[in-house]
Design a protein around this ligand. Sequence first.
Ligand SMILES: *Cc1c(COP(=O)(O)O)cnc(C)c1O
Ligand code: SF4
Length: 455
Amino acid sequence: MESASVDVAQAAIAGVGDPEVAFAHRRLRRDAFWKTIPAYANVDENTFHSHVFQARNSPTSVERLQEVLGGLVGPAFYADLREGLRRAPMSIRISPYILSLIDWNDPYGDPLRTQFLPLASQQLPDHPELHLDSLNELGDSPVPGLTHRYPDRALFLTLDTCPVYCRFCTRSYAVGLDTDGVEKVRLSANRSRWSQVFDYLRSRPEVEDVVVSGGDVYNLRAAQIREVGETLLDIPHIRRFRFATKGPAVMPGKILSDVDWVDALVDVVDRGRRMHKEVVMHTHFNHPGEITGVTQDAMDLLTERGVTVRNQAVLQRGVNDDTLTMQILVKRLSYLNIQPYYVFFHDLVQGVEDLRTTLGTGLDIEKTLRGATAGFNTPTFIVDTLGGGGKRDGHSYEHYNEETGIAVFSSPTVRPGEHFFYFDPIDCLAPDVQQRWKDTNERQSMMEEALAVAG
Ligand SMILES: *Cc1c(COP(=O)(O)O)cnc(C)c1O
Ligand code: SF4
């Protein structure tokens, strides 16, 4: 079997119930897939997967990408990409691992390309209700880089860089380099900012759970993993925390090559266990094609060393918004002991309307997933409501009008008595409704009507 996308295609032809489907998630590629990229043709396996090679060779500009890919794609693609980047809230940074897994015979349709390289020809106008930081993370921050929205847990943004930049990042207000459109809030990894965060956490005895995120903790040095981990473990009321990183999905080889980093993580996990506290890793795979034999080796190592890993995926049009892809993703993650925790409906983010899909689509996919594997490996489909109402189970809307694409949620634990919206992408609605959305008054009345029905 050549690749995960071939698996998916073959499984689609074979149909559910066929052994091809039953076993597709176990076929992990172990070929030298990077050798088709001109710049990596002579790179051996150990070098290619090492974190040093991956970090040093991640293109951060169209020029550099062109040097790496050579003639694999034509000038029209690069022109489309340059134009796409002008409207994008994220600068580019893509790992050689992901770059090599893209099918360069079909870059326009490839689900991995879709996530990292914006093409102007595929972009859609932003939703009229879109605002930067649509989840109001800045508004709920008592100190810079800490969002405290839920009573017993908090989100700590330790730094503002990542090993790659996803074009759909919810935290585009802070993560990555400035772009034409966005001057970012800076959240660098420094002691004085962190100590404000730690002081705040010490002062809030109700906080039991911390999401240690960024940016991405893959970019913290081993000593910084220890510093953050030890400090949080030493706060008596903190019972559990998660290190959040996309790393395993975009450069799994680091788990095998960066011994200091993994030792630091494992030491924190082990000390936590002795203190009867839970320290885990949360990661972010979106498509089965991101998972290879190297991912399996990396995850096997974390399993052996006692690190629990969970996954938070994002539902994306053209990437994973079909039943079969999502089933294979969930089963492949489970096979590697990664627990599929959440699938997020796509947040409203500038320049990525083409990636969002409707609430109805996601809920239909959820129905076909439940029962396909163990309940604890079946993800909950989550809407992070606009304006800071927090995460809600997609099914729990107070009102959803598939015609206008407006959903209304309540949030009793976070902001009791208030209502929060989620909106389907406008291009998925009927033409006459799309017209109504163009008119400010009509838009207002559709939203008011939805609130009235929601009660
Ligand atoms: C997602 C999130 C959390 C963690 O929520 P869980 O449902 O426990 O995964 C905590 N704080 C903020 C601000 C978040 O966005
Ligand atoms: S790795 Fe996470 S934080 Fe970084 S760009 Fe991607 S989605 Fe955003």
